[in-house]
Design a binder for this molecule. Structure first.
Ligand SMILES: [Fe+2]
Ligand SMILES: [Fe+2]
Length: 276
């Protein structure tokens, strides 16, 4: 069971880079090509929010075209940059989507796992929240897993990471209730987020919470008290989560870019410490 997680695409109208710098459409296209060419092929691709930069219909139309080339089942979640109505109108959410109470969530039993997607969007705000209705879906979906290993996906991370301006806009309302629900379910293998545009992990409520890097721009790694909100064009990357009996869920970070290699570990005769 192989899950590719990509996040924070920030698709823009044609010819308009995000923040004048980040060519998000081209970067997303490259990431989707990298995922489409993976061997073995992922069983599912999960996109953890900020699908578009401004939630415009034109942006979702462009994303729909890009996603149609993947050829892999895809689960989608909104981020703070998305707009629910435009997203629902513009994209195919697939058979696992749960569109109750106006939220965009999913519950998918795939292979040995249950994947739960939570909608943490608050319209007009950068921070995230989980209200009673969304927490109720989580509670029900966790109980319904009957002990199966679960991965919970959501855009906003529930923990502080030290990058102050991002901590100010993480999952805020409902975070304590979320923690309590997760703590009651030891079958939660992972909490998988986006939003922070960096690879970050933390122990959380008896499990591991993990933030995927963006396939576009990365938030500057600055854990000083007064760090400014800026970004760098560091290498775009994504996460590959592989589930197997015994090992459980193992997560790899993979770069979109191809680098020189593969090279064999050749030891020449004059190599210090070489064994013939
Ligand atoms: Fe983002
Ligand atoms: Fe975000």
């Amino acid at each position: 069971m192989l899950i590719a997680q990509i996040t924070d695409l920030h698709i823009r109208p044609l010819g308009k880079p995000a923040y004048r710098v980040s060519e998000t459409n081209a970067l997303t296209e490259r990431a989707l090509d990298a995922v489409a060419n993976l061997r073995p092929r992922p069983d599912v691709v999960v996109v953890t929010g900020d699908l578009t930069d401004c939630g415009l219909a034109e942006e979702y139309t462009l994303l729909k075209q890009l996603l149609s080339r993947l050829g892999i089942p895809t689960l989608l979640l909104p981020g703070n940059h998305d707009r629910r109505e435009t997203l629902i109108d513009g994209l195919d959410l697939g058979p696992h989507a749960v569109l109750e109470a106006g939220f965009i969530q999913f519950v998918a039993d795939l292979g040995p796992m249950r994947l739960i997607g939570l909608d943490t969007l608050v319209p007009g705000q950068s921070s995230g929240a989980l209200c009673e209705a969304r927490l109720a879906l989580l509670d029900k979906a966790l109980d319904g897993a009957n002990g199966k290993p679960v991965a919970i996906f959501m855009h906003h991370p529930p923990f502080n990471c030290g990058i102050r301006h991002m901590d100010a806009i993480r999952l805020l309302d409902g975070a304590e209730e979320f923690r309590a629900i997760v703590a009651r379910h030891p079958n939660v293998e992972r909490i998988l987020c986006g939003h922070h545009h960096r690879p970050i992990q933390a122990r959380y409520a008896g499990t591991l919470a993990q933030i995927a890097p963006s396939v576009t721009h990365q938030v500057t790694l600055d854990i000083t008290d007064d760090g400014a909100a800026t970004f760098h064009m560091e290498p775009p990357a994504y996460l590959l989560h592989h589930y197997s009996e015994g090992a459980g869920l193992v997560s790899h970070m993979a770069y979109v870019e191809r680098y020189p290699g593969p090279y064999p570990f050749v030891l020449d005769a004059d190599y210090p410490g070489a064994h013939a």
